[in-house]
Ligand binder design. Structure first.
Ligand SMILES: [Zn+2]
Length: 201
């Protein structure tokens, strides 16, 4: 890892956390993803939309890969020079899709506790062919932040689902659930950044 890379990873992961914040505000599981080009160009920034789309495959990473294709970046730039940043370790579906996309590097803030005993990344047969390089939770403070955000998101989702099963009168309480987590993210509520924005590396 070069000297510049930890700082680049911090920028990429902070942008991904902004997306996780937007996901939480939209009552989605707070997972965010950003794809940066080699010169810091923000090529995609997305968050998990499983709830709003009613689609269990609408993970942040899948949506980011679709975004770069829709913008025709795959026609004009070599994916091997791109880095995909995600706030949570990619699931097997997303990791496989990342490998097939040809993206050269994947960086995540926090390990997914559900994948703790798996060795999926190292055993994926297509990985060596496409030379995907993993950089898992490279920054301790962001790893802690990512884990807290994920845990809060899981609790909020559990609480919402529990309230949805209660009588109508009690459903009103669901409106009192916190939909923002600025104290954890260290961010004010904000709109998604411009897709053409460049990360300041
Ligand atoms: Zn996934």
């Amino acid at each position: 890892m070069s000297v510049e890379e930890p700082e680049m990873h911090r920028v990429g992961l902070e942008l991904a956390f902004e997306q996780a914040h937007l996901a939480y505000s939209a009552q989605e599981l707070p997972i965010g993803c950003v794809i940066l080009g080699p010169n810091g160009l923000v090529m995609a920034q997305t968050y998990n939309k499983m709830e709003s789309r009613g689609d269990k495959t609408a993970h942040a990473e899948i949506l980011a890969l679709q975004e770069v294709a829709e913008k025709n970046y795959t026609q004009t730039s070599e994916p091997n020079g791109w880095t995909l940043y995600t706030t949570l370790e990619p699931c097997p579906m997303c990791l496989t899709a990342i490998v097939f996309s040809g993206i050269g590097k994947v960086v995540w803030a926090t390990k997914d506790p559900r994948l703790e005993k798996s060795n999926y990344f190292d055993e994926l047969p297509y990985k060596s062919k496409n030379k995907l390089l993993r950089v898992a939770h490279p920054l301790k403070d962001l790893e802690d932040k990512g884990r807290r955000i994920y845990e809060i998101g899981l609790e909020a989702r559990k609480a919402r689902r529990m309230l949805q099963t209660l009588p109508t009168r009690k459903k009103l309480r669901s409106q009192q659930l916190p939909h923002r987590l600025p104290s954890v993210l260290g961010l004010a509520s904000q709109e998604s950044a411009s897709p053409e924005r460049r990360a300041s590396l």
